[in-house]
Design a binder for this molecule. Structure first.
Ligand code: IYR
Length: 328
């Protein structure tokens, strides 16, 4: 796989493609980052971001994980002490998940976001940004119903982080895209370049395939789950024999979360995927890419129940090292 394909594999969008091509031409020493509000337990969304960082390390990037303690505080996620403690747990789980400690820089937001120059640049961005724009950027990130002043400051700080961490490529889930668009539009006002961005997909809600999986509602998969929890959740998941399910009767779009987890979580981390089946049901199936597994599910060669059984096993293998860290 060439550098551009590795950088962009499984991405929902890149902004812009030309800018990413320029980075792919010479990725050595380039810096990419993703930021998270610290939470004690890594969930499947964090793991998806980590998979992208692993791709980028392989392509030659330096990788930074921002543990956004000040952002979590501004988004009403707890006291500073609580947030700091969960930041440390989160870092350990990222390492257990496979982000090599010697190749990954973990930074706490408060290490640089309280410096005078950062705060003055932040005020300069505040002057350039309407409340309505900041509010729109936060639509898929904010906790609570109304938007507080702290949550309007939040996306501007996220924009500045890109400058202060000297980032060439900003990574985030699709829910971060409006913050990144705000960053692209406003950073030139303080004489900084518009950042290049890459957005990772969101997995569909596990039980229904309607809407997106979220840590705040519905079912999610996290490093807290036992082997049995994972088996149960995947067994109950929505998995029609197609990657492109029909919309609901109410016209809502549906996706297949089981196939998405194979595509975005399993195949990037395992070279081969074996679906075990007794001989009387045709024996084991062996895949070395996602597309052939999808094709077999669609043709009926692979039964959804067998696909789910294999998915639970592979997910469990990915989660087990982080789970052990939690119980320490
Ligand atoms: N908005 C992210 C947290 C975050 C990400 C980055 I990239 C930052 O520079 C700062 C904060 C979230 O929703 O978790």
């Amino acid at each position: 796989m060439d550098a551009y394909d590795l950088i962009t594999r499984n991405a929902s969008e890149v902004v812009t493609e030309d800018e990413v091509r320029a980075l792919a031409d010479n990725p050595e020493g380039k810096r990419a980052y993703v930021g998270y509000e610290p939470s004690g337990v890594l969930h499947i969304g964090h793991m998806l971001g980590a998979n992208k960082l692993i791709d980028l390390q392989e392509a030659g990037f330096e990788v930074v994980v921002l543990l956004a303690d000040v952002h979590a505080y501004l988004n009403d996620k707890g006291t500073f002490e609580e947030i700091r403690e969960t930041a440390e747990q989160m870092k350990e789980q990222f390492i257990a998940y496979g982000l090599d400690e010697s190749q990954t820089e973990f930074v706490l937001g408060s290490e640089f976001q309280l410096d005078e120059s950062y705060v003055l640049d932040l005020h300069a961005l505040e002057l350039e940004t309407t409340l309505a724009r900041a509010e729109r950027a936060m639509a898929e990130i904010k906790s609570g119903d109304s938007v507080t002043v702290s949550q309007a400051v939040y996306p501007l700080m996220q924009a500045l982080d890109i400058v202060y961490l000297d980032i060439d490529l900003a990574i985030g889930g699709m829910e971060q895209r409006k913050v990144h668009m705000l960053a692209r539009d406003t950073l030139p006002s303080i004489n900084e370049d518009s950042p290049t961005c890459l957005h990772t997909p969101l997995i569909a809600e596990l039980g229904t395939g309607v809407g997106k999986m979220s840590s705040s509602k519905g079912i999610t998969i996290s490093m807290q789950d036992s082997t049995e929890d994972i088996e149960e959740k995947i067994n109950d998941a929505y998995c029609p024999p197609t990657a492109d399910p029909e919309p609901t009767d109410d016209g809502e779009a549906r996706e297949n979360p089981v196939l998405q987890i194979f595509e975005y979580h399993v195949f990037p981390r395992f070279e081969r995927v074996v679906v075990e089946r007794p001989d009387e049901y045709g024996g084991n199936l062996d895949y070395d890419d996602y597309e052939s597994l999808e094709a077999d599910l669609e043709s009926g060669e692979l039964h959804p129940a067998d696909a789910k059984g294999a998915l639970a096993d592979y997910l469990d293998e990915l989660i087990a090292p982080g789970r052990e860290k939690i119980s320490e």
